[in-house]
Design a protein around this ligand. Structure first.
Ligand SMILES: [Zn+2]
Ligand SMILES: [Zn+2]
Length: 337
Protein backbone atom coordinates (compact mmCIF):
# COMPACT_ATOMS: atom_id res chain seq x y z
CA UNK A 1 0.00 0.00 0.00
CA UNK A 2 1.59 3.26 -0.99
CA UNK A 3 -0.89 5.70 0.44
CA UNK A 4 -1.96 6.76 3.95
CA UNK A 5 -5.66 7.51 4.24
CA UNK A 6 -7.43 7.54 7.59
CA UNK A 7 -10.40 5.33 8.31
CA UNK A 8 -12.75 8.32 8.55
CA UNK A 9 -11.95 9.35 4.99
CA UNK A 10 -11.78 5.88 3.50
CA UNK A 11 -14.79 4.34 5.20
CA UNK A 12 -15.38 0.81 3.94
CA UNK A 13 -14.24 1.65 0.45
CA UNK A 14 -11.69 -0.69 -1.07
CA UNK A 15 -11.84 0.39 -4.72
CA UNK A 16 -9.51 3.25 -5.45
CA UNK A 17 -8.59 4.67 -8.82
CA UNK A 18 -5.05 5.86 -9.31
CA UNK A 19 -3.74 8.68 -11.49
CA UNK A 20 0.03 8.76 -11.90
CA UNK A 21 1.29 12.34 -11.40
CA UNK A 22 -2.36 13.37 -11.22
CA UNK A 23 -1.90 16.61 -9.23
CA UNK A 24 0.57 18.79 -7.36
CA UNK A 25 1.01 18.08 -3.67
CA UNK A 26 -0.53 20.84 -1.53
CA UNK A 27 2.57 20.85 0.66
CA UNK A 28 5.68 20.21 -1.44
CA UNK A 29 4.07 21.14 -4.81
CA UNK A 30 5.65 18.12 -6.55
CA UNK A 31 3.44 16.01 -8.81
CA UNK A 32 2.28 12.84 -7.08
CA UNK A 33 0.12 9.75 -7.61
CA UNK A 34 -3.44 10.73 -6.79
CA UNK A 35 -5.88 8.20 -5.38
CA UNK A 36 -9.57 8.76 -5.78
CA UNK A 37 -12.47 6.88 -4.24
CA UNK A 38 -16.09 7.22 -3.35
CA UNK A 39 -16.82 7.26 0.38
CA UNK A 40 -19.98 8.39 2.15
CA UNK A 41 -21.48 9.00 -1.32
CA UNK A 42 -18.97 11.65 -2.32
CA UNK A 43 -15.76 11.57 -4.28
CA UNK A 44 -12.66 12.03 -2.17
CA UNK A 45 -9.12 12.32 -3.45
CA UNK A 46 -5.67 12.56 -1.95
CA UNK A 47 -4.41 16.15 -1.70
CA UNK A 48 -0.83 15.64 -0.63
CA UNK A 49 1.87 13.17 -1.64
CA UNK A 50 2.64 10.06 0.35
CA UNK A 51 6.08 11.30 1.38
CA UNK A 52 4.72 14.55 2.86
CA UNK A 53 2.02 12.56 4.64
CA UNK A 54 4.63 10.23 6.19
CA UNK A 55 6.89 13.11 7.23
CA UNK A 56 3.98 14.66 9.14
CA UNK A 57 2.07 11.47 10.00
CA UNK A 58 -1.12 12.87 8.49
CA UNK A 59 -3.89 11.52 6.27
CA UNK A 60 -3.40 12.33 2.58
CA UNK A 61 -7.04 13.46 2.30
CA UNK A 62 -8.08 15.32 5.46
CA UNK A 63 -4.51 16.17 6.54
CA UNK A 64 -5.29 15.39 10.18
CA UNK A 65 -2.84 13.43 12.33
CA UNK A 66 -3.31 9.74 11.51
CA UNK A 67 -3.18 8.71 15.14
CA UNK A 68 -5.03 11.49 16.97
CA UNK A 69 -7.21 12.77 14.16
CA UNK A 70 -6.66 16.43 14.95
CA UNK A 71 -4.85 19.19 12.98
CA UNK A 72 -1.07 19.08 13.30
CA UNK A 73 -0.93 22.56 14.82
CA UNK A 74 -3.11 21.35 17.72
CA UNK A 75 -1.20 18.06 18.00
CA UNK A 76 2.10 19.91 18.26
CA UNK A 77 0.73 22.35 20.85
CA UNK A 78 -0.54 19.53 23.05
CA UNK A 79 2.79 17.74 22.77
CA UNK A 80 4.69 20.95 23.55
CA UNK A 81 2.56 21.36 26.63
CA UNK A 82 3.04 17.85 28.04
CA UNK A 83 6.67 17.45 27.02
CA UNK A 84 7.68 20.87 28.24
CA UNK A 85 9.64 21.58 25.06
CA UNK A 86 8.64 23.29 21.85
CA UNK A 87 7.22 20.91 19.22
CA UNK A 88 6.31 22.48 15.88
CA UNK A 89 5.91 21.51 12.26
CA UNK A 90 7.42 24.42 10.35
CA UNK A 91 6.39 24.56 6.71
CA UNK A 92 8.90 25.71 4.13
CA UNK A 93 8.31 29.28 3.02
CA UNK A 94 10.20 29.19 -0.26
CA UNK A 95 10.49 26.83 -3.22
CA UNK A 96 14.05 25.78 -2.51
CA UNK A 97 13.28 24.82 1.08
CA UNK A 98 10.18 22.94 -0.11
CA UNK A 99 12.25 20.88 -2.54
CA UNK A 100 14.92 20.28 0.06
CA UNK A 101 12.43 18.91 2.61
CA UNK A 102 10.55 16.97 -0.06
CA UNK A 103 13.71 14.99 -0.85
CA UNK A 104 13.90 13.60 2.69
CA UNK A 105 12.53 10.09 3.08
CA UNK A 106 9.32 10.24 5.11
CA UNK A 107 9.92 6.76 6.50
CA UNK A 108 12.81 8.09 8.57
CA UNK A 109 12.47 11.88 8.52
CA UNK A 110 9.60 13.10 10.72
CA UNK A 111 8.71 16.73 11.41
CA UNK A 112 7.16 18.11 14.61
CA UNK A 113 4.88 15.82 16.59
CA UNK A 114 4.96 13.21 13.82
CA UNK A 115 8.03 11.73 15.52
CA UNK A 116 5.79 10.94 18.49
CA UNK A 117 2.46 9.93 16.98
CA UNK A 118 4.05 7.74 14.28
CA UNK A 119 5.94 5.73 16.89
CA UNK A 120 3.84 3.34 18.98
CA UNK A 121 5.98 3.54 22.13
CA UNK A 122 6.44 7.32 22.03
CA UNK A 123 2.73 7.75 21.32
CA UNK A 124 1.70 5.60 24.30
CA UNK A 125 4.10 7.58 26.46
CA UNK A 126 2.62 10.91 25.30
CA UNK A 127 -0.95 9.70 25.91
CA UNK A 128 0.05 8.72 29.43
CA UNK A 129 1.53 12.19 30.01
CA UNK A 130 -1.66 13.83 28.74
CA UNK A 131 -3.76 11.65 31.03
CA UNK A 132 -1.62 12.64 34.00
CA UNK A 133 -1.83 16.32 33.11
CA UNK A 134 -5.61 16.09 32.91
CA UNK A 135 -5.84 14.20 36.20
CA UNK A 136 -3.59 16.71 37.86
CA UNK A 137 -5.68 19.62 36.62
CA UNK A 138 -8.88 17.93 37.76
CA UNK A 139 -7.48 17.15 41.17
CA UNK A 140 -6.44 20.73 41.69
CA UNK A 141 -9.95 21.75 40.66
CA UNK A 142 -11.32 19.33 43.28
CA UNK A 143 -12.75 16.83 40.84
CA UNK A 144 -12.39 13.06 40.89
CA UNK A 145 -9.78 11.52 38.62
CA UNK A 146 -10.88 10.82 35.11
CA UNK A 147 -10.18 7.59 33.33
CA UNK A 148 -10.47 9.18 29.92
CA UNK A 149 -7.86 11.21 28.13
CA UNK A 150 -10.28 13.16 26.04
CA UNK A 151 -11.21 15.85 28.55
CA UNK A 152 -8.25 18.02 27.73
CA UNK A 153 -10.46 21.03 28.27
CA UNK A 154 -10.27 20.57 32.01
CA UNK A 155 -6.65 21.62 31.88
CA UNK A 156 -7.94 25.16 31.69
CA UNK A 157 -10.02 24.91 34.85
CA UNK A 158 -7.75 27.16 36.78
CA UNK A 159 -7.92 30.73 37.86
CA UNK A 160 -6.62 32.35 34.78
CA UNK A 161 -7.46 35.86 33.78
CA UNK A 162 -8.10 36.23 30.07
CA UNK A 163 -9.88 39.57 30.19
CA UNK A 164 -7.01 41.15 28.24
CA UNK A 165 -7.92 38.84 25.34
CA UNK A 166 -11.69 39.21 25.64
CA UNK A 167 -11.28 42.99 25.53
CA UNK A 168 -9.67 42.77 22.11
CA UNK A 169 -12.20 40.36 20.63
CA UNK A 170 -15.34 41.68 18.91
CA UNK A 171 -17.74 39.52 20.91
CA UNK A 172 -20.36 42.25 20.97
CA UNK A 173 -19.85 42.91 17.28
CA UNK A 174 -22.05 42.05 14.35
CA UNK A 175 -21.64 41.14 10.71
CA UNK A 176 -21.10 44.66 9.39
CA UNK A 177 -18.89 45.68 6.47
CA UNK A 178 -15.18 45.35 7.29
CA UNK A 179 -12.05 43.95 5.70
CA UNK A 180 -11.32 41.65 8.62
CA UNK A 181 -13.45 39.23 10.58
CA UNK A 182 -13.41 37.16 13.73
CA UNK A 183 -14.47 33.52 13.42
CA UNK A 184 -15.38 31.26 16.34
CA UNK A 185 -17.36 28.11 17.08
CA UNK A 186 -14.56 26.36 15.24
CA UNK A 187 -14.49 22.58 15.38
CA UNK A 188 -10.83 21.78 16.13
CA UNK A 189 -10.83 18.96 13.59
CA UNK A 190 -11.27 21.45 10.74
CA UNK A 191 -7.92 22.20 9.16
CA UNK A 192 -6.98 25.71 8.08
CA UNK A 193 -6.77 24.75 4.41
CA UNK A 194 -10.44 23.69 4.45
CA UNK A 195 -11.44 27.17 5.67
CA UNK A 196 -9.22 28.80 3.04
CA UNK A 197 -10.81 26.62 0.33
CA UNK A 198 -14.36 27.50 1.36
CA UNK A 199 -13.57 31.23 1.42
CA UNK A 200 -11.85 31.03 -1.99
CA UNK A 201 -14.94 29.37 -3.37
CA UNK A 202 -17.27 31.98 -1.85
CA UNK A 203 -15.33 34.96 -3.20
CA UNK A 204 -14.46 33.25 -6.50
CA UNK A 205 -10.68 33.57 -6.24
CA UNK A 206 -7.79 32.11 -4.28
CA UNK A 207 -6.14 35.54 -4.30
CA UNK A 208 -8.15 37.11 -1.50
CA UNK A 209 -5.18 36.98 0.83
CA UNK A 210 -2.71 39.82 1.06
CA UNK A 211 0.78 38.36 0.58
CA UNK A 212 2.25 41.14 2.75
CA UNK A 213 0.26 40.52 5.91
CA UNK A 214 -1.40 37.75 7.86
CA UNK A 215 -4.66 36.92 6.13
CA UNK A 216 -5.74 33.98 8.17
CA UNK A 217 -4.83 33.10 11.74
CA UNK A 218 -6.47 30.01 13.17
CA UNK A 219 -5.98 28.96 16.75
CA UNK A 220 -7.41 25.45 16.95
CA UNK A 221 -6.87 25.21 20.66
CA UNK A 222 -8.86 28.40 21.30
CA UNK A 223 -11.36 27.32 18.61
CA UNK A 224 -11.33 30.69 16.91
CA UNK A 225 -9.44 32.74 14.39
CA UNK A 226 -9.21 35.85 12.29
CA UNK A 227 -9.50 36.59 8.58
CA UNK A 228 -8.32 39.57 6.61
CA UNK A 229 -9.14 40.30 2.98
CA UNK A 230 -6.85 42.31 0.79
CA UNK A 231 -9.68 44.54 -0.41
CA UNK A 232 -13.07 45.77 0.75
CA UNK A 233 -14.58 44.43 -2.45
CA UNK A 234 -13.50 40.86 -1.64
CA UNK A 235 -14.50 41.27 1.99
CA UNK A 236 -17.98 42.37 0.94
CA UNK A 237 -18.30 39.43 -1.42
CA UNK A 238 -17.46 37.17 1.49
CA UNK A 239 -19.77 38.91 3.95
CA UNK A 240 -22.75 38.88 1.61
CA UNK A 241 -22.26 35.21 0.75
CA UNK A 242 -22.58 34.14 4.39
CA UNK A 243 -25.74 32.86 5.97
CA UNK A 244 -26.78 35.16 8.77
CA UNK A 245 -28.74 34.85 11.97
CA UNK A 246 -30.06 37.18 14.62
CA UNK A 247 -29.35 37.16 18.30
CA UNK A 248 -32.09 38.81 20.32
CA UNK A 249 -31.33 41.15 23.23
CA UNK A 250 -29.12 42.75 22.11
CA UNK A 251 -30.35 42.24 18.56
CA UNK A 252 -27.32 41.47 16.47
CA UNK A 253 -26.71 39.97 13.07
CA UNK A 254 -23.98 37.38 12.93
CA UNK A 255 -22.74 35.29 10.05
CA UNK A 256 -22.40 31.56 9.64
CA UNK A 257 -19.70 30.05 7.49
CA UNK A 258 -20.27 26.42 6.62
CA UNK A 259 -17.01 24.44 6.54
CA UNK A 260 -17.33 20.69 6.21
CA UNK A 261 -20.01 19.69 8.70
CA UNK A 262 -19.81 22.63 11.03
CA UNK A 263 -20.87 26.25 11.06
CA UNK A 264 -18.38 28.87 12.12
CA UNK A 265 -19.75 32.10 13.54
CA UNK A 266 -18.50 35.28 11.89
CA UNK A 267 -18.49 38.93 13.02
CA UNK A 268 -16.59 41.97 11.80
CA UNK A 269 -13.24 42.52 13.47
CA UNK A 270 -11.84 45.85 12.28
CA UNK A 271 -9.06 45.64 14.90
CA UNK A 272 -7.83 42.23 13.75
CA UNK A 273 -5.15 41.37 16.26
CA UNK A 274 -3.49 38.01 16.11
CA UNK A 275 -2.25 37.96 19.69
CA UNK A 276 -5.83 38.31 20.96
CA UNK A 277 -6.41 34.69 19.94
CA UNK A 278 -4.31 33.58 22.90
CA UNK A 279 -0.68 32.58 23.07
CA UNK A 280 0.01 29.96 25.70
CA UNK A 281 -1.99 26.76 25.92
CA UNK A 282 -3.80 27.48 29.18
CA UNK A 283 -4.95 30.84 27.83
CA UNK A 284 -6.19 29.24 24.62
CA UNK A 285 -8.16 26.55 26.41
CA UNK A 286 -9.75 29.06 28.72
CA UNK A 287 -10.67 31.24 25.76
CA UNK A 288 -12.18 28.22 24.00
CA UNK A 289 -14.41 27.60 27.03
CA UNK A 290 -15.42 31.23 27.19
CA UNK A 291 -16.30 31.26 23.50
CA UNK A 292 -18.28 28.03 23.85
CA UNK A 293 -20.52 29.72 26.41
CA UNK A 294 -20.85 32.69 24.12
CA UNK A 295 -21.90 30.45 21.23
CA UNK A 296 -24.45 28.66 23.41
CA UNK A 297 -25.93 32.00 24.37
CA UNK A 298 -26.10 33.09 20.73
CA UNK A 299 -27.73 29.88 19.64
CA UNK A 300 -30.07 29.17 22.50
CA UNK A 301 -31.51 32.65 22.47
CA UNK A 302 -31.88 32.78 18.71
CA UNK A 303 -33.63 29.42 18.78
CA UNK A 304 -35.95 30.48 21.53
CA UNK A 305 -36.87 33.62 19.67
CA UNK A 306 -37.88 31.56 16.68
CA UNK A 307 -39.62 28.65 18.31
CA UNK A 308 -41.05 29.89 21.56
CA UNK A 309 -44.83 29.64 21.30
CA UNK A 310 -46.84 32.37 22.90
CA UNK A 311 -47.60 31.32 26.43
CA UNK A 312 -51.03 29.79 26.39
CA UNK A 313 -53.52 32.22 27.80
CA UNK A 314 -55.65 30.50 30.34
CA UNK A 315 -58.39 32.57 31.81
CA UNK A 316 -59.07 32.06 35.48
CA UNK A 317 -62.54 30.75 34.88
CA UNK A 318 -61.32 27.95 32.67
CA UNK A 319 -58.53 26.83 34.99
CA UNK A 320 -59.74 23.29 34.99
CA UNK A 321 -60.02 22.99 31.23
CA UNK A 322 -56.51 23.71 30.02
CA UNK A 323 -56.44 22.15 26.61
CA UNK A 324 -54.10 19.32 25.83
CA UNK A 325 -52.45 21.47 23.23
CA UNK A 326 -51.62 24.18 25.71
CA UNK A 327 -50.16 21.63 28.09
CA UNK A 328 -48.09 20.19 25.32
CA UNK A 329 -46.66 23.50 24.18
CA UNK A 330 -45.86 24.42 27.76
CA UNK A 331 -43.91 21.23 28.12
CA UNK A 332 -41.92 21.92 24.95
CA UNK A 333 -41.08 25.39 26.16
CA UNK A 334 -39.77 23.98 29.41
CA UNK A 335 -37.48 21.57 27.65
CA UNK A 336 -36.15 24.19 25.28
CA UNK A 337 -35.40 26.66 27.98
ZN1 LIG B 1 4.32 16.44 -0.95
ZN1 LIG C 1 -8.47 11.46 6.50
Amino acid sequence: MDFSICQDCLGDETRLTRAHNGAECKICTLPFTVYQFKANSKITRTLICHNCSKQRNICQCCMLDLQWHIPIELRDRILSSVQGSQVATPEAQNEMMKRFIALKNGDKYKVGGAAVTSDAAANADAIEKIRKAVDHAQESAGRPKSTKTSRLDSVSDRDLDISHLIKKLPLKGSLEPATSFFIYNLDPSIPEWAIVDVISELVGTTFWQDPNSTSIAINHMARCGGLRFKSMELAEKFRLALQSFQTPAPKMTKGKLQVQNSKLHVVAWPQFHRAALGTDNAECLKLAQYLDKHVQKDLSSSEVSKSIPKAPKVSKSSKTSVSKKAKKSRRIVDIEL
